[in-house]
Design a protein around this ligand. Structure first.
Ligand SMILES: Cc1ncc(COP(=O)(O)O)c(C=O)c1O
Length: 414
């Protein structure tokens, strides 16, 4: 990508870095507003993966030959890039996984299965994605732990006044979503972390919707674990990561056992490799990891603060325009609290799948469904919503076109 001058932020210029925007969908230029599901990939990420397979492809940590050495260095370098990106002190605190879901499962098995006892409590919120609910239900059924749930008020914010009542010395883990993939709400994770620490609980942040959009510093937050998915931050699918405090990761048991995660194996016993390899059993997604490193380079080149500011501008613009129509019902965004560029909404009298279908006819990609957050949907008395979500390459003109199409949807169905 052309080196961006940080003060000049031009989404039209950025768009040129993404080959997918050269194509048409249903005869129209693609407008991609489904970024909370997954993001598009810049040329630099695609080229990086292509280049890896063309010139360096080899297994890591297994050979003294040149290609293996190069792959190993590139893969380790990708861990370092992710570590620097989120302010981790050491790259050994970064474990590559398949995605945020696998990251939370790894922690539930590697930490929770061995550390939690009957009667221990895990606190989540009603805003969680299923990936931060179901693994704890598995542990509840296996270990007899209790899951407490912090609710959401009618403005779309966590009921923080109820937090102290849900925390006690029984709370061993507070596992919370940073930015909601339904409401866009950005939760005050630093404050929640401080409260959790008062009762000695560990804190896990599901940053799948925040790491790609907001500058993050794990040490400033004070959390113990943080997870995210590469594909939501312009990286390839099949790669995600865990940040974990080194002493905790060293103390934790592996999740997967076999090659590469060992130091020494005899027929009767084995010892574990150093971090992060102890948690990366078998041949990892080498190309995916290196591609994620390229995505981090791309994001850093633009600057996370620039990304956040741009999305904030799009969000305010879209909310203002959409609120002109009383037949558009928006969920959340009822206060001035911080948000990422995610808007869930419904059109009166029209099923969200029909909304998404008609937008698609105009080349506009949006999501409709329960967004893997059924407990929150239930709380909102809702089964499904349509959802638009922004990223660096979106523009106000695209929002205008989306709203023009929504007007047609309303006319046709409503
Ligand atoms: C907040 C949040 N957490 C976790 C996930 C799970 O991500 P993945 O499917 O990449 O594991 C998502 C995906 O939408 C999400 O929005």
């Amino acid at each position: 990508m052309e080196k961006l001058i940080k003060s000049v932020f031009d989404p039209q210029l950025i768009k040129k870095d993404f080959p997918v925007f050269k194509r048409q969908v249903n005869g129209k230029s693609l407008i991609y507003l489904d970024n909370a599901a997954t993001t598009q990939k810049p040329e630099s990420v695609i080229n990086c993966i292509d280049n890896y397979y063309r010139k360096h492809n080899s297994n890591i940590h297994r050979g003294v030959h040149t290609l293996s050495y190069e792959s190993t260095v590139m893969y380790e370098e990708a861990h370092k890039k992710v570590a620097d990106f989120i302010g981790a002190k050491d790259w050994k605190e970064i474990i590559f996984t398949r995605n945020a879901t696998e990251s939370i499962n790894l922690l539930a098995y590697g930490w929770g299965l061995h550390r939690l006892q009957e009667g221990d409590e895990v606190l989540i919120t009603i805003m969680e994605h299923h990936s931060n609910i179901v693994p704890w239900q598995m542990l509840r059924d296996l270990k007899g732990i209790k899951i407490n749930v912090l609710g959401v008020d009618n403005k779309g914010n966590l009921k923080l006044d109820e937090l102290p009542g849900l925390l006690s010395e029984k709370t061993k883990l507070v596992s919370i979503i940073h930015a909601s993939n339904v409401l866009g709400t950005v939760n005050p994770i630093k404050q929640i972390t401080q409260e959790a620490k008062k009762v000695g609980a560990l804190v896990l942040i599901d940053a799948a919707q925040s790491v790609p959009h907001i500058p993050i510093d794990v040490n400033e937050i004070g959390c113990d674990f943080l997870v995210a998915s590469g594909h939501k931050m312009m990286g390839p699918t099949g790669i995600g990561f865990i940040y974990g405090r080194q002493n905790l990761l060293e103390d934790m048991d592996p999740f997967m056992y076999g090659g590469d995660m060992i130091e020494k194996v005899t027929l009767t016993e084995s010892t574990w490799n150093e971090l992060p390899w102890k948690f990366e059993a078998g041949t990892p997604n080498i190309a995916g990891g290196i591609g994620l490193g390229a995505a981090v380079d791309y994001l850093e080149n633009i600057g996370l603060q620039n990304i956040y500011n741009h999305e904030e501008e799009l969000l305010r613009y879209a909310l203002e325009k959409m609120s002109e129509f009383d037949w558009i019902n928006i969920y959340g965004h009822k206060s001035d609290s911080e948000s990422v560029g995610v808007i869930s909404f419904n059109v009166d009298g029209v099923h969200p799948h029909d909304v998404a279908g008609m937008l698609d006819e105009q080349g506009i990609a949006v999501r409709s469904g329960h967004h893997c957050a059924q407990p929150l949907m239930h709380d909102l008395s809702m089964d499904y919503t349509a959802r638009i979500s922004f990223y660096v390459y979106n523009t106000k003109e695209e929002i205008d076109l989306c709203i023009e199409t929504l007007k047609k949807v309303k006319k046709l169905f409503g």
